[in-house]
Design a protein around this ligand. Structure first.
Ligand code: GRF
Length: 192
C-alpha cells in the first residue's frame, strides 16, 4: 500500500511542524513529504533541514492564485495539507484542488476568538480580556472562509484569572503539540 502523503505549510517558528516531522518519522501509513513557507527567514526551515524534509519558499505573489504551488503539490502526489502557523490566506483554487484535505489549527475554541485579526498573541489577549475560564484548540477543515471550516476536534484547558497572556499561550501551545499530529493521523487513517 502506498503511504498517504502530507505537506506542511508554515510561516513561523514551526514548533507544530516539528511535531509532525517527528510523529510521522517511522509511520507505516503516513509520511510528511514537504514543507511550504512564504517566509524565507522562518525558523521552520531549519527544523525541516534537520529532519531532511524538502522545503519550498514562495513569496506572497505565488499565493495569489496558487497555480505554481498546486502544480508542485500534484507533482509530489500530496494527498493532504496541514497548516501549522501559516499566515497567508489559502487561495480558493488551492481549496478546490484539495477539498476536505486541508487542515488548520486555531489556538482558541472556535467560533469564539476567530476571524479577522485573530491570530498569534491577539487571540490569547482577547481570551484574557474576556476573562474566559477556559481556552483551548480547534482543529478544523479549511474552506474559503477563514476559521469557518468544519470542526474536527476541540480540546480545552482551564484558564485562571491570574494567568498572563503568555501563560495562556503556553498552555494552548502545549495542547497543540500534544493533539495536532495525533488528530490528523486519526482522520487520515480513516480514509485508508
Ligand atoms: C500556533 O499557536 C498555531 O495555533 C498558530 O500559530 C502558532 C504557530 O506556532 N496558528 P509554531 O510556529 O508552530 O511554533
Amino acid at each position: 500500500m502506498t503511504k498517504k502523503r502530507i505537506s506542511i505549510f508554515a510561516s513561523g517558528g514551526g514548533s507544530n511542524a516539528e511535531r509532525f516531522f517527528e510523529f510521522f518519522q517511522n509511520d507505516q501509513d503516513i509520511e510528511i513529504v514537504s514543507l511550504f513557507t512564504n517566509n524565507k527567514s522562518a525558523g521552520v526551515i531549519e527544523r525541516a533541514k534537520r529532519f531532511n524534509i524538502p522545503y519550498h519558499i514562495y513569496n506572497r505573489n505565488y499565493w495569489q492564485n496558487g497555480e505554481v504551488i498546486i502544480d508542485l503539490l500534484k507533482s509530489q502526489k500530496v494527498d493532504y495539507i496541514v497548516l501549522a502557523g501559516f499566515m497567508l490566506l489559502i487561495p480558493d483554487e488551492l481549496v478546490s484542488a484539495y477539498p476536505d484535505k486541508i487542515f488548520n489549527i486555531h489556538p482558541a475554541l472556535l467560533p469564539k476568538f476567530g476571524g479577522k485579526g485573530m491570530y498569534g498573541m491577539n487571540v490569547h489577549k482577547a481570551v484574557k480580556e474576556a476573562r474566559e475560564a477556559t481556552s483551548g484548540i480547534t482543529i478544523h477543515y479549511v474552506n474559503e472562509h477563514y476559521d469557518e471550516g468544519q470542526i474536527i476536534s476541540q480540546v480545552s484547558c482551564p484558564i485562571e484569572l491570574s494567568d498572563t497572556v503568555e501563560e495562556i499561550a503556553k498552555k494552548v501551545l502545549a495542547l497543540e503539540h500534544k493533539n495536532y499530529p495525533k488528530v490528523i493521523a486519526e482522520v487520515v487513517r480513516k480514509s485508508i
